[in-house]
Unconditional design. Structure first.
Ligand code: COA
Length: 160
């Protein structure tokens, strides 16, 4: 049986921490679908088309991955893509409560799927998209955290 995992998020923008999770997940699952939420409670710097384009660029060298966008419930997107796993990354204990709540809610909304967590590699444990945006806005180096194409776009968009 082929197992498809959906990895949802805002990805504003995708970071090396996300790429690391996707790359490791492809060793476990037959297909990893990176699903970019069009509308979230977050005010995004990049629109969903841009966020998807960055994800495609950053993940181009990893096999068994596809990038899609979705609007509305993740449960519906997961069903639409035939995913039976919802993949999330855990960086620190502080992520846990929110993730636990989301996993429990998604279990109600899509009981046929299981949420699976991968812990982030140590060197990416402190990254978040908003920190990366803030560093770029203040002219700091983000080379270590994002793909070069994303770095360039970030400076053009957020540099004050
Ligand atoms: N490496 C680096 N950063 C990581 C990371 C990793 N491995 N894992 C998470 N992060 C960061 C993200 O960059 C993000 O940072 P930010 O807050 O600075 O933007 C933060 O951790 C968590 O955000 P993200 O992983 O993008 O998830 P999210 O919380 O923004 O996404 C959705 C939430 C989109 C998955 C959720 O809102 C959703 O499912 N929405 C659809 C509607 C729905 O179904 N709602 C009901 C859900 S039960």
């Amino acid at each position: 049986m082929s197992i498809r995992a959906i990895y949802p998020g805002t990805f504003d923008p995708i970071t090396c921490g996300h790429t690391d999770i996707v790359s490791r997940a492809t060793r476990i699952f037959d297909r990893v679908i990176v699903a970019i939420a069009a509308s979230t409670s977050k005010k995004t710097v990049f629109n969903v088309t841009e966020r998807a384009a960055f994800a495609r660029t950053a993940l181009a060298e990893i096999d068994k991955v596809e990038v899609c966008t979705f609007d509305g419930l993740l449960a519906n997107a997961a069903r639409g893509h035939g995913a039976t796993v919802i993949l999330r990354g855990l960086r620190a204990v502080s992520d846990f409560e929110y993730e636990f709540q989301m996993a429990a809610m998604n279990r109600k909304l899509i009981p046929e799927a299981e949420t699976v967590f991968l812990t982030t590699s140590g060197r990416y444990g402190y990254i978040s998209s908003s920190l990366v945006r803030e560093i770029a806005a203040l002219g700091g180096p983000v080379t270590e955290f994002v793909h070069p194409a994303v770095e360039q776009a970030l400076y053009e968009r957020v540099r004050r």
